[in-house]
Design a binder for this molecule. Structure first.
Ligand SMILES: NC(=O)c1ccc[n+]([C@@H]2O[C@H](COP(=O)([O-])OP(=O)(O)OC[C@H]3O[C@@H](n4cnc5c(N)ncnc54)[C@H](OP(=O)(O)O)[C@@H]3O)[C@@H](O)[C@H]2O)c1
Length: 305
């Protein structure tokens, strides 16, 4: 199977590379080439529509995995054109190519398409109502894929972290290393998700498509790891594991604050919890343990330190 992986240098793309390589011949692409790229790496601006079309026509992938995204939530407020180009126009182009060429598409979206006013975990059928530009651009991408009529699975996820890239875990560790006292928001709740677990969930969908040959169990699915936390709880867990792993001598002073004391350009939903029942029923994929995942990520960071 020929596979095109976009956003291959990002948190998720990096975790997808070995899994996809075990399933077929992967061409990985991103804006930059990492220090140790996989064979056949293509460095390009994935929003260059002409180059993308040429690449797709040359490779003829049977599977496209789109991990490229504009994920800088605050920057998106002032760079909305770029956010919509990457998060909406790109998936639309991929989806229409997939439709014309009988390929499958795996795409990713976000809890931030919801407004956060729910009182139970969000289901795939709940009405989106994004409160920021990033969420609106991701929702536009989802809708473009649906409209294309291609075979697809869009996995919505939340609060992604890994030992690599830009994320909350690495930011918290950096602040703690500087010996700062930290105030962390305690009134936004969500489910932190290790990029590797999202990659494994994607691989589970692909395996199911390969085994059943129906490949028609498409649509939108929610995947996140198994615990609901506030950012403050998450920070606490990061520091506890970091002390255990010998990355920090002691936990920093940490205080909970309301979002109102930490103004950010983009409004965040207060409740970002996704219901993962559907992916369990259809693909037998269950949420992974948050605690084990965070411990593993901190272990990877400690091993590099
Ligand atoms: N991160 C989260 O907390 C989170 C939460 C919910 C959902 N998601 C979704 O999960 C998916 C994976 O997220 P992630 O955290 O792995 O994102 P990420 O680490 O930001 O990776 C995205 C990759 O796409 C690349 N990219 C962006 N624009 C590009 C362009 N024009 N040309 C080529 N490459 C480009 C980025 O490069 P640059 O870094 O150079 O731009 C980056 O390497 C995304 O669909 C995201 O929306 C993420």
């Amino acid at each position: 199977m020929n596979i095109l992986l976009t956003g291959a240098a990002g948190q998720l793309g990096n975790e997808l590379q070995p899994l996809l390589s075990a399933r077929g011949s992967v061409t990985a692409t991103d804006r930059i080439t990492p220090a140790r790229p996989m064979p056949g790496w293509v460095e390009m601006d994935i929003c260059d529509a002409g180059r993308l079309e040429n690449l797709l026509n040359r490779l003829q992938p049977e599977l496209i995995v789109n991990a490229a995204a504009f994920t800088a939530v605050d920057q998106a407020e002032t760079a909305s054109e770029t956010a919509f180009e990457v998060n909406a126009a790109l998936p639309e182009r991929l989806a229409f190519w997939a439709k014309r060429n009988d390929a499958n598409l795996i795409h990713y979206s976000t809890d931030y398409i919801f407004d956060g006013d729910a009182t139970r975990p969000y289901r795939e059928t709940d009405e989106p109502n994004p409160q920021n530009v990033y969420g609106a651009s991701k929702l536009a991408g989802e809708r473009a894929i649906e409209t294309s009529g291609c075979r697809y699975a869009t996995l919505r996820t939340s609060w992604v972290y890994s030992s690599h890239g830009k994320n909350f875990v690495l930011s918290m560790l950096e602040l703690a290393r500087r010996g700062l006292s930290l105030n962390v928001v305690d009134d936004q709740r969500g489910c932190p998700t290790w990029a590797r677990n999202l990659a494994l969930a994607s691989d589970g969908v692909i395996e199911n498509w390969q085994q059943t040959k129906t490949r028609d169990i498409g649509g939108i699915y929610h995947y996140c790891d198994d615990q609901t936390l506030s950012w403050y709880d998450f920070a606490h867990a990061v520091f506890r594991h970091a002390v255990n792993a010998g990355l920090l001598d002691k936990e920093p002073d940490l205080s909970p604050i309301p979002s109102s004391e930490f103004p950010q350009p983009a409004v965040r939903p207060k409740w970002s919890v996704l219901d993962t029942q559907r992916i369990g029923e259809v693909f037998k994929i269950s949420p992974a343990s948050f605690n084990q995942s965070l411990q593993a990520v901190i272990g990877e960071i400690a091993a590099r330190a």
